[in-house]
Ligand binder design. Structure first.
Ligand code: G6P
Length: 625
């Protein structure tokens, strides 16, 4: 979802800004733009609906010269994806430029007031209101005489104007502001939408997540809620709304820019699918303890005694992360015998479920920035529950606000459709089930068996990836179908939901995931020769039951694609097409079966000519409600 970049220093701002925007493309966007303060006292702008390549094409013709600037990728909330609605937006007579992530809920009344005061609007966005408000407050501040000794020096009117503006806004924002008359300053402010400042030598960078900063600097500062940053080439001042000047908390940026490169692949999604043996190894690294037949997590911040007291667990998340939570429900109830509930974060944040004192709430999230998940976490904290996160992005808002947590260590996930983060979430949940299980019912021998299975998983995933060519052939057969059913039971019911979501997200085909037996109560009416059913049917406790469901679809003439165990002739004889995964402990099948399902969605989307890594209307990181 929307992305922000900013630069101030000795170099041409456009270079970092444009590259930074490209690094933010993965978040999902529909237009982009830059504003640069020229050395000749102008505030120049270039904006374009569509891809960043369109913006880059325009910039080749009208290079923006100057060393202070801001840039933005927009994901439309208020107003369509047009050049006019793209950020930056200008305030007053063009003396202020603003880029904004988030949503201003009271923008309509503010807009009305500003129009009455004579301000002219050029877009349908909520952001333009912020730009005019800053310009309005600034003109009033500049009318005052300012003490030269003011702690914010000659930038005091700017800081006060921004602060006065923020006080009038209801909603969420990550903001970056430049001023035509002040080419040597950049102001950023945060409430609800993340911002990170990169520290260079005689220069500063700004971005809405750390990915654009990789390779430019290693020293960073995350802004916290209600903080404002006054940034000049040589100095960073952080001011809190209530506490005044605060000491910035410097951190080292980990990761490399190269991890975002495509390498030999043409799509990030395929690259990330193939990274899974390694991302799973990284998720397990140092966490399995054979000596005690249990697991170890460094960051839970709860003692084993406190954890033993937990009598209920709530997993919350959105999209794919919610599906991982469902896998976790099966795992934890099975191995640890603790009741688990899985709630959509967008529902949990407004629900008021009765919760026992000893409920532990886990926010599951790849990005750590999803607005609904963050709100649900905060609501659980407000109620006094212990909150933990299972998160990929280190130091993201959710990782920082939770009382503790578990990192996935999956590396940057760029493809909008989550793949490696999902399987890492599942393996972390399985490891957590082992850990909690060993505190309750699991014997030493059972613990060891689970460890052995988990250790074998990365190699099994490697084997599962060998089906890629066969998946492509199957995709060729079915890619023109308009509807798909995905069916599985028990552990593989969430796998079916996730398989359907993958197809929907990137190929725009209608797909429904269902518990296999439940299809008799509705979806079976959809079955015809052009509606394939994808069955997740490895051997296990419910194999025969799922086989009956499969026969029921077959009897009604529906094509069947099965994901079954290597060499399973019984399935292969009935299904039209069978994809094989290696035999494994049953609890690993949600991970193993996801591999062919991810590949199937990928190949179908490619055959349909879809933009796999940047599917229409979707965003990687959904930072609005
Ligand atoms: C968006 C993404 C999904 C993701 C969901 C939750 O909808 O497109 O791929 O599963 O957000 O994101 P999170 O970062 O919280 O896991």
């Amino acid at each position: 979802m929307c992305g922000i970049v900013g630069y101030i220093g000795p170099s041409e701002a456009q270079n970092f800004l444009l590259e930074g925007l490209r690094r933010l493309e993965y978040r999902g966007y529909d237009s982009s733009g830059l504003a640069i303060v020229g050395r000749d006292g102008t505030l120049q702008v270039c904006k374009a609906a569509g891809r960043i390549d369109t913006l880059a094409g325009k910039l080749r013709k009208e290079h923006l010269k100057g060393s202070t600037g801001i840039g933005h990728t927009r994901w439309a909330t208020h107003g369509q994806a047009t050049d006019e609605n793209a950020h930056p937006h200008f305030g007053g007579e063009g003396e202020v430029a603003v880029v904004h992530n988030g949503v201003i809920e009271n923008y309509a009344s503010l807009r009305e007031r500003l129009i009455k005061a004579g301000y002219e609007f050029h877009s349908a966005t909520d952001t333009e209101v912020i730009a005019h408000l800053i310009a309005d407050c600034l003109s009033k501040q500049q009318a005052h005489s300012w003490d030269d000794q003011h702690p914010h020096g000659r930038f005091a009117p700017l800081v006060v104007a921004v602060e006065q503006t923020l006080a009038q806004l209801k909603g969420t924002y990550g903001l970056a502001v430049t001023f035509r008359e002040y080419p040597d300053v950049l102001i950023a402010a945060r409430l609800g939408s993340p911002l990170v400042v990169g520290i260079g030598v005689g220069e500063h960078f700004l971005a809405s997540d750390a990915s654009p900063l990789m390779g430019w600097t290693e020293k960073i500062v995350y802004l916290s809620e209600h903080q404002l940053a006054l940034i000049t080439p040589d100095h960073l001042k952080v001011i809190h709304r209530d506490k005044g000047d605060v000491q910035p908390h410097f951190q080292i940026l980990e990761g490399e820019a190269t991890s975002m490169d495509l390498g030999e692949f043409q799509h990030h999604m395929l690259k990330e699918i193939y990274e899974q043996p390694n991302s799973l190894r990284d998720a397990l690294r140092g966490r399995l303890l054979e000596d005690e037949a249990t697991a170890h997590f460094g960051g839970l911040n709860l003692t084993p005694q406190q954890l033993r007291q937990i009598d209920r667990i709530v997993f919350t998340g959105c999209g794919t992360s919610f599906h991982a939570g469902l896998v976790g429900e099966y795992l934890i109830e099975e191995f640890a015998r603790i009741p688990v509930e899985v709630e959509y974060a967008s529902e949990l944040r407004y629900r008021n479920p009765p919760m026992s004192h000893n409920t532990l709430c886990f926010a599951i999230t790849q990005s750590g920035e999803t607005a609904d998940t963050l709100a649900a976490l905060r609501e659980m904290k407000r109620k006094g529950h212990a909150t933990l996160s299972i998160c990929n992005v280190v130091d993201s808002t959710i990782a920082r606000e939770a009382d503790g947590g578990i990192y996935l260590h999956a590396g940057p996930e760029i493809g909008v459709a989550s793949t490696k983060a999902f399987t890492s979430q599942c393996v972390v949940l399985a490891t957590l089930a082992l850990y909690l299980g060993r505190m309750h019912h699991l014997s030493f021998a059972e613990g060891l068996r689970l460890i052995e299975s988990l250790r074998s998983l990365p190699d099994l995933v490697e084997e599962a990836l060998a089906c890629n060519d066969q998946v492509r052939q199957i995709a060729e057969k079915y890619y023109e179908c308009d509807n798909f059913l995905y069916l599985g039971r028990q552990y593989n019911y969430p796998t079916a939901l996730e398989g359907a979501l993958k197809l929907k997200e990137i190929s725009y085909i209608h797909a429904e995931g269902y518990p296999a037996a439940e299809m008799k109560h509705g979806p079976i009416a959809l079955v015809d020769q052009r509606t394939p059913s994808v069955f997740v049917i490895p051997r296990g406790a419910v194999f025969d039951k799922v086989m009956s469901n499969l026969e029921e679809i077959k009897a009604r003439g529906g094509p069947i694609i099965a994901v079954a165990n290597e060499g399973d002739k019984r399935v292969a004889e009935v299904a039209d097409d069978t994809l094989f995964i290696p035999k494994a402990d049953e609890f690993l099948y949600p991970i193993l079966a996801s591999i062919p399902l991810q590949l199937l969605a990928f190949h179908i989307a490619v055959l349909r000519g879809c933009d796999v890594d940047k599917p229409r209307n979707l965003a990687k990181s959904v930072t609005v409600e």
